[in-house]
Design a protein around this ligand. Structure first.
Ligand code: SF4
Ligand code: SF4
Ligand code: SF4
Ligand code: FES
Length: 1002
């Protein structure tokens, strides 16, 4: 249906965009085209008809708690939010009955909420209660405000709940139960004084709340507010409580005489004044690869709040890091002066001195040892534009392909697995496809903690839509506990059970033969390679019952569509590339590509790890995965850059470390990577760094890696620069500058340009948009990307054609191989390399925690996060703890073949038997002092997850490393959303338009 349908003699702006059955609806005498089955409230809003709707939020759907959206249809009062459109419907929003029902309903709301807007931090033009009071022209309350008998709950570091202001709309409950699906919130509808409850009645601080912020984001008033807003947003709200209370009393006293009108006008004037000092700037999260975007509200350098609303990946969703994890930007430890090593110490230097030194040393080393004695590592925290410049500096200025980024540590094997089988190295579709899948298979990913917002979509589809969930992992984490089938294979054996399930499907007529015939090459050879992978072999090797494997196979073959998600539990193994390939093979055999709800989703770890590789920070590829070996490709870049480019593949970051030890690599320029902590076998890496002739580290803090540097350059975090990030769903999004660079620091792209120019490059980029133009001109998969096309919340998912057409779902017409067909890739199994023996008898796994990112360099500086999760720990199973006499808080010394770490124990049934788990949120006791230099041979990705250790129990016993206020000790209360039916069953409830009774009135 076109948006230009003419009705009633005027252009109808309300016609829906999507193709669907057309409904003709009359609203207040005017005809509108609608979509059969759409929500009436959405049509009314599209039509521009002003209608109150306090509890309605399009991303929550109708929760029907407020009754303020009453309209009349065929003489009956109905809730517009809960009514679906049918053709011929005649709706009146203006009938006296509808009008008075809405007023009655809103009156009840005001009985729960005191209007003191002028001195309220939520008086920012977007308060639903304020705006509805105005819309309904309420002058006096019929039902007086009655405070509830509860105190304000202040026990979460990031937000507070004021029951006295809570209108019981239940939006927060719906968001927590059915969007975030943390299932912490409920309302005790049967109570004489209902309120929002955490874990059924705990304080917020002691509850299962993960501080994701969904509830605060959707709260239509000031009942739930970010603490960072309180006392900061308004001109008068910073006054002391007695003064504020006095002012609120004045407002209460004058209201009976003046009505709300003048009071609202004063508060609106104050709200308008706030606009002059509160800035709202769109940015993209700097933590994980989900790609959440939101507005940051700031007053000078103070962050008032993060407001997610229309981000294409996240909508109203965030996790604790995106919502509250920004203290580090204003941390007093930020580097603001370049530092130059002076013997064993560092001294401050001017930018000119530091940059001159960098350029001089690079030139000297190149002159004496050749360009390949230099190496460059870009950062997946930096923008696409910055990574592009870094690889250009390496190739076009220094003359080496020794350039890499941290995707080597995580995603390179997944990329290879997809290159082998389907042709593109990125996720097949979007988060939307994952949400739509009939079945989601998660392998080696703690999705709820590592990709929290993406996980919410799976949890939601599983809870509300009956999506099936199979999880294979070592730990029984949240997704595992929610799964229909949880597989706990022996460490490093995923390839075996995946291949066995695939063979079983092929042998039992459960494969999609039609799809295989039409779209897939290599079936015969692949089948031969599967011969060893019988269910019995898999059962013995993986420790999984044959019946369970059959069940998995049948669930996959019976599912309407399957998406496979995997992460570092797969890729950080010595057969990471092969296991990734096995997952893609399984999807091909079952026909799970080429349509929505299908495909492979290797979940990218860092915010821009996808983009860092896309932009060419790889030793073998120019931007857009164009091989450095290909003379035609090189010729294009050479023509554009007017320089001869090196043809041989350079060193990846794993090889760089070896080359330093061998004396071949003399200098390293490293942006934003805490490599001496996050690279595997960290002791070996640190030793290498101390051997370098010249190390430049560019970062925002003096990281552990900086200790080895000769020059440290102070860079800017994402909030202080412009550019683009590319998320796990290949989504390219713009971030806008929120703050000026902290004086003394500089955006990375400017620093790299300054170094290039000192080496004679003569670059003249004035803005990152110019760099993106160059990327687009040289990179076919980015050819249609420009800053204009992705303005604001607009985004593009690569490949993007020159005319701006993008591809949210890959392979809808063909696979990315010359004949358009996918390939089954034969595999064999070699098994993990570092397995437990009598000396190192325990398996050590490692990974992320929800609230910390990686080693914690950023999140440890967030006070609230640090308070709730102050330290690292090692998870020990209850059975092993009993055997070794360990309790939570016992100090243990873990020793591997590569190093030692002293750490406190946390006894938990998330791990089983002799398997340990250490999160990586520590620079003091980093797990990578224990991990090895063994790698996946195809990609050189370290086998971080294959580590065997010996555990010595030390005499010391401390407190539990996780304080009781950590959400992991809470007790969620799952229920079906807000459960408004329980409210309707109250004896004192009558629907508005009849005799209305306010539920707090007795
Ligand atoms: S988990 Fe906590 S912050 Fe997130 S929606 Fe639930 S109560 Fe709110
Ligand atoms: S706290 Fe929850 S129930 Fe209360 S007003 Fe806010 S969103 Fe509505
Ligand atoms: S860390 Fe990831 S899930 Fe959390 S807000 Fe940022 S992008 Fe979203
Ligand atoms: S908006 Fe319809 S019942 Fe609240």
């Amino acid at each position: 249906m076109q948006a230009s349908t003419i009705l009633n003699g005027k252009k109808n702006e309300t016609a829906p965009e999507e193709d669907s059955a057309v409904a003709l609806v009359v609203i207040d005498g005017l005809e509108y085209m609608a979509r059969e089955g759409e929500r009436l409230v959405d049509l009314i809003n599209r039509a521009g008809v002003k209608l109150a709707q306090v509890c309605y939020h399009p991303q929550l759907g109708p929760i029907q708690t407020c009754d303020t959206c009453m309209v009349e249809i065929d003489g009956k009062l109905v809730r517009a939010c809960a009514t679906t459109v049918t053709s011929g419907m005649k709706v009146s929003t203006t009938s006296p009955a509808a009008h008075s029902a809405r007023q009655e309903a809103f009156d009840r709301i005001l009985g729960n909420h005191m209007l003191y807007c002028t001195v309220c931090d939520n008086n920012n033009g977007n308060c639903t209660v304020h705006n509805t009071t105005k819309l309904l022209a309420i002058e006096h309350q019929q039902i007086p405000f009655r405070p509830k008998p509860y105190e304000v709950d202040d026990t979460n570091p990031f937000y507070r709940y004021d029951p006295g202001q809570c209108i019981l709309c239940g939006r927060c409950v719906e968001a927590c139960q059915n969007v975030q699906v943390n299932e912490t919130l409920s309302i005790n509808w049967e109570d004489p004084h209902p309120r929002v409850l955490w874990d059924g009645g705990s304080t917020i601080g002691m509850s299962s709340c993960v501080s994701c912020g969904h509830c605060i984001t959707v709260c239509p008033c000031n009942a739930l507010m970010e603490k960072s807003m309180l006392g900061h947003a308004g001109f008068l709200t910073g006054l002391s409580k007695p003064v504020l209370d006095g002012m609120i009393d004045v407002v209460k006293d004058i209201e009976p005489e003046t009505g709300f009108g003048p009071i609202l006008r004063v508060s609106e004037a104050e709200a308008a004044m706030r606009e002059s000092r509160i800035r709202r700037t769109k940015t993209v999260c700097t933590y994980c690869g989900v790609g959440c975007s939101f507005d940051l509200w700031t007053k000078d350098r103070h962050i008032l709040k993060v407001e997610p609303a229309e981000g294409p990946a996240n909508g109203i969703s965030t996790c604790v890091k995106g919502k509250f994890g920004w203290d580090y930007v204003n941390d007093p430890d930020r580097l603001t002066k370049p530092l130059i090593r002076n013997g064993g110490e560092f001294r401050e230097a001017s930018w000119d001195e530091a940059l001159d030194l960098v350029a001089r040393k690079f030139s000297e080393i190149k002159a004496t040892s050749g360009p390949d004695a230099l190496a460059f590592i870009s950062s997946s925290k930096c923008t696409n534009e910055e990574s592009f410049l870094m690889q250009k500096l390496a190739r076009a200025v220094a003359g080496t392909n020794n350039i890499d980024n941290c995707s080597r540590y995580c995603q390179a094997p997944a990329t290879i697995g997809l290159f082998r089988t389907v042709g593109y190295g990125g996720d097949s579709g979007s988060i939307h496809d994952i949400e739509n899948a009939g079945l989601v298979l998660i392998v080696g990913s703690n999705t709820a903690e590592s990709h929290p917002v993406l996980a919410t979509r799976v949890k939601r589809a599983h809870k509300l839509r009956g999506q099936k969930l199979i999880v294979a992992d070592l730990r029984e984490h949240e997704m595992a506990r929610r799964a229909d089938v949880f597989l706990h294979p022996k460490p490093g054996t995923d390839l075996v059970w995946l291949s066995a399930v695939t063979l079983y499907l092929l042998e039992n007529d459960l494969a999609n033969t039609e799809f295989l015939q039409q779209w897939v090459n290599g079936l015969d050879e692949y089948k031969k390679s599967l011969a060893p992978f019988t269910l019995e072999f898999a059962s013995r090797t993986c420790g999984l019952p044959v019946e369970t494997l059959k069940k998995v196979a049948h669930m996959i073959s019976e599912a309407s569509s399957v998406c496979a998600l995997w992460a570092m539990g797969v890729t950080q193994q010595s057969q990471g590339s092969d296991t990734s390939t096995a997952i893609s093979n399984l999807l091909l055999v079952t026909g799970n590509y080429m349509r929505t709800g299908t495909g492979s989703y290797p979940l990218r770890g860092h915010n821009n790890v996808q983009g860092a590789s896309d932009s060419g920070s790889m030793p073998n590829n120019l931007p857009g995965y164009q091989s450095v070996n290909d003379p035609e490709i090189r010729a294009r870049f050479e023509a554009a850059w007017k320089i001869k480019l090196p043809a041989a593949k350079g060193l990846d970051n794993h090889e760089m470390v070896d080359a330093i030890h061998q004396g071949k690599l003399k200098s390293l320029y490293l942006i934003g990577e805490e490599m001496a902590i996050v690279d595997s076998n960290a002791n070996y890496v640190a030793e290498a760094f101390s051997k370098l002739d010249f190390l430049v580290v560019q970062d925002i803090f003096f990281s552990f890696t900086c200790r080895f540097a000769d020059v440290v350059l102070p860079a800017c975090p994402s909030l202080e620069k412009e550019g683009t990030f590319t998320s796990t769903e290949r989504r390219i999004q713009r971030l806008y500058q929120v703050f000026d660079p902290l004086p003394g620091s500089r955006p990375d792209w400017k620093i790299t340009q300054d170094i290039a120019n000192r080496l004679g490059a003569n670059w003249n980029y004035r803005h990152p948009s110019e760099i993106m133009s160059e990327i687009a001109s040289l990179t076919p998969m980015y050819s249609g990307v420009s800053f204009e096309r992705i303005e604001g919340y607009k985004s593009l998912q690569w490949p993007v054609e020159a005319d701006g057409t993008d591809q949210p779902l890959h392979y809808t017409k063909r696979f990315a191989f010359p004949d358009g067909k996918a390939k089954l890739f034969p595999l064999s199994w070699t098994g993990p390399q570092d397995v437990p023996n009598t000396q190192f008898d325990l398996h050590l796994n490692n990974g992320r925690l929800l609230e910390h990112f990686h080693e914690g360099n950023l999140t440890n500086r967030v006070k609230g996060i640090h308070e709730k999760t102050p330290d690292t720990f090692v998870e020990i199973s209850p059975e092993l703890a009993r055997e070794r006499g360990v309790q939570s808080g016992t100090w243990v010394l873990l020793t591997s073949r590569y190093g030692k770490v002293r750490v406190r124990a946390l006894v938990t049934d998330r791990v089983q038997g002799r398997e340990l788990y250490m999160p990586m949120n520590s620079t003091e006791s980093p797990v990578n002092r224990l991990t090895s230099s063994r790698t996946d041979p195809t990609t050189h990705t370290p086998a971080y997850k294959e580590t065997s250790v010996h555990m010595e129990v030390l005499a010391e016993i401390g407190d539990s490393p996780l304080p009781r206020i950590n959400h992991r000790f809470g007790h969620p209360t799952p229920q079906h959303g807000v459960e408004v039916e329980r409210k309707w069953k109250r004896p004192d409830y009558r629907s508005p338009g009849n005799q209305l009774i306010q539920i707090q009135q007795r």
